[in-house]
Design a protein around this ligand. Structure first.
Ligand code: ATP
Ligand code: ATP
Ligand code: MG
Ligand code: MG
Ligand code: MG
Ligand code: MG
Length: 254
């Protein structure tokens, strides 16, 4: 390694924050100015499936690239990546972990864009990132439940909002019509005014997307002893109730 009289600027001034041991590390990334970005690229409202599939493809690449990511959850322009509790990825250095996640995700988003959209992007997509540590199974599961509840609340609102706008209301009128309404009022509005049963909306819109390594049985030439292998899977299960976690205890190492 090159050494010079200037080397002290690294040795004496660099400061590394290491994230605490025995915590699940979550990196949350979120698209910058995607309200504008989505309009500029004519995303379908409220949910553009191409954009969601692109986000999911990027998340899948993240699990392929970084084996210590055990679970990812995405909705809209955001994705949360959960690192296993005992990860020693870059010695748990915060800046390395955030910057590697954000730059890899952003780079894949740019590379895969053309697989989902017909034209080049008009503005460079970019993301921000933050990290939070959760010290036990309850808090990491509550974090994921919080994101999924947020998905539900936003999606239900947006589904009503865009139905009203597409039926001729101005955006201001649509917001006004929804002001102070509860969940059941919104379901009633969708059913009575638009003959839409909210629960029939695609699960990916209502519940977001989860990405994880699933154990799948391999069928090797009729061998009666079935082996399992891991395959990265994208699904839209409920993460709030206990069922998903009971069936996938290995994900969080319970
Ligand atoms: P790390 O992932 O830890 O950063 P690294 O392999 O990127 O490891 P660095 O210390 O960042 O290591 O060094 C970057 C290396 O990239 C250089 O040693 C050099 O080999 C190569 N490199 C970078 N820029 C150029 C360039 N313009 N021309 C030729 N080689 C380059
Ligand atoms: P910030 O830079 O602060 O994150 P933002 O404009 O990205 O601002 P968000 O709160 O992150 O705001 O919201 C993202 C916005 O991107 C949504 O409100 C929505 O308009 C748009 N968006 C993201 N994904 C999709 C999608 N799949 N289909 C339609 N619109 C989307
Ligand atoms: Mg602990
Ligand atoms: Mg955003
Ligand atoms: Mg967002
Ligand atoms: Mg380097």
């Amino acid at each position: 390694m090159a050494n010079s009289k200037y080397e002290y600027v690294k040795r004496e001034f660099e400061f590394h924050r290491h994230l605490p041991a025995s915590n699940w590390i979550v990196v949350l990334i979120d698209g910058c100015h995607f309200h504008r970005f989505s309009e500029l690229h004519a995303f379908e409202k409220p949910n553009d499936e191409r954009a969601l599939r692109l986000m999911n493809a990027c998340a899948t690449s993240m699990l392929e690239k970084f084996p210590d990511i055990v679970f990812a959850y995405g909705v809209s322009d955001e994705y949360s990546f959960v690192f296993r509790e005992k990860t020693e990825f870059h010695k748990r250095r915060e800046s390395k972990i955030i910057s590697l996640c954000v730059s890899y995700f952003t780079s894949v988003y740019g590379m895969k864009w053309k697989d989902f959209f017909p034209n080049d992007f008009k503005e460079t997509p970019y993301f921000d990132g933050r990290v939070v540590c959760y010290p036990n199974i309850k808090t990491i599961r509550d974090y994921l439940a919080w994101r999924q509840v947020d998905c539900h609340i936003n999606n239900q609102y947006n589904t009503c909002f865009w139905a009203l706008v597409k039926s001729g209301k101005t955006e201001k009128e649509a917001h006004q019509a929804l002001k102070g309404t509860f969940s059941k009022d919104k379901n009633k509005l969708l059913l009575q005014q638009f003959q839409v049963n909210y629960n029939d909306e695609p699960a990916v819109f209502r519940k977001g997307s989860s990405v994880y390594r699933d154990k799948v049985k391999t069928d090797d030439c009729g061998n009666p002893i079935k082996r399992t292998r891991e395959a990265i899977t994208v699904s839209s299960f409920d993460l709030i109730g206990p069922e998903f976690w009971e069936n996938h205890q290995y994900i969080l190492g319970e």
